[in-house]
Design a protein around this ligand. Structure first.
Ligand code: ATP
Length: 314
């Protein structure tokens, strides 16, 4: 009996291993490519290479599965405004010229993250169009979209693997020279010198322990290797010591330089530098302009500035 059970048990173990491998494989793509669940159109075209702009043309969005506007709320409010709380973005139009930075600010739940999700085509708009390099993302090939748009979140994910393998997830044919150059640009040159086996050093919980700031810079090095024309960045305030924070900021400046960027801004330096600030509230763009222009208007931006940004001004 024992012998009979043996193979069954080991087979089920194999199954468990496979399942685990599949789960982590999926997660790799979820994290690195933010692979859209959306299928490529049969006559999809590539997004042009080189500097490209980003455009939202009257975009409205509600998350799939969210309740349709009820007939009652439409009757009460024919435009569907205000009362439709499942609508996350409403009539958003914006244009980020090639190589410029657009900062997104606004209260929690305003729709900033959702807006950035549409740029990497995690979702399609319910109405209107999102264009990168002039091409509606619904008509773009997935490969060209992955190449054109890079996403950096502060919640950097690393795999229990070598430094090199972590970088090659972003660019499988990267040479050692390219990877080392990307690490140096991401301000990880000194770390590279310290790693006992260089690019072959294992990182992660059971390997060489990287600090929070080093992990973030490794994620930025990945982005630099990939070198997308458009960068989407959530600048969520990281809890780093000031030295590490400064190194991350330098690496980010490198990553954004010369690229078109949409940044969910939390730092005063970012809003000051942005070519354009969009102030979102309840899924709409309420104000737009530069830091100076918006402060002069005394609207929502001024209120946000007082609570969120001005405290950093010392
Ligand atoms: P924060 O500054 O807090 O991150 P945000 O401006 O980025 O906020 P979003 O995260 O885009 O705002 O959220 C906008 C609205 O969309 C919120 O009401 C939120 O609850 C809703 N929302 C976000 N993600 C989903 C989702 N996956 N499914 C359904 N609703 C969602």
């Amino acid at each position: 009996m024992v012998r009979l059970y043996g193979p069954v048990t080991s087979l089920s173990n194999v199954h468990v291993e496979i399942m685990t491998a599949l789960v982590s494989f999926d997660r790799v793509f979820e994290i690195l490519d933010l692979d859209p669940a959306i299928k490529e159109s049969p006559d999809a075209r590539p997004i042009p290479r080189g500097p490209v702009g980003v455009e939202f043309d009257n975009v409205s969005f509600r998350y799939p599965g969210a309740e349709e506007t009820s007939v009652a709320s439409l009757e009460l409010n024919p435009q569907g405004r205000g009362s439709d709380d499942t609508q996350v973005l409403s009539g958003v139009s914006l244009r980020a010229e090639p190589g410029t930075m657009v900062a997104l600010v606004g209260p929690s739940g305003a729709g900033k993250t959702t807006l950035t999700h549409l740029v990497s085509r995690l979702y399609d708009p319910t109405e209107g169009a999102v264009r990168v390099g002039g091409l509606d993302l619904r008509e773009a090939t997935s490969d060209s979209l992955r190449e054109a748009v890079g996403v950096v979140t502060q919640d950097a994910q690393l795999f229990h693997d070598t430094v090199g393998a972590n970088l090659r997830y972003a660019k499988p044919d990267a040479t050692d020279e390219e990877m080392e150059a990307a690490l140096r640009m991401a301000r990880l040159g000194p770390l590279l010198e310290q790693l006992p086996d260089g690019l072959d050093t294992m990182v992660g919980d059971r390997g060489y322990r990287l600090s929070g700031g080093e992990k973030q810079r490794l994620a930025i090095a990945r982005l630099l290797l990939r070198s997308p024309s458009v960068v989407v960045l959530d600048e969520a305030t990281a809890h780093l010591d000031s030295e590490s924070e400064a190194a991350v900021q330098e690496a980010l400046a490198e990553a954004l330089s010369g690229r078109t960027s949409l940044v969910i801004a939390h730092r005063l330096a970012t809003v000051r530098e942005a070519d354009q600030i969009l102030v979102l509230e309840d899924g709409r763009i309420l104000e737009r302009g530069t830091h100076e222009e918006l402060l002069g208007r005394g609207g929502l931006y001024t209120a946000l500035y007082r609570t969120q940004f001005a405290p950093q001004d010392h």
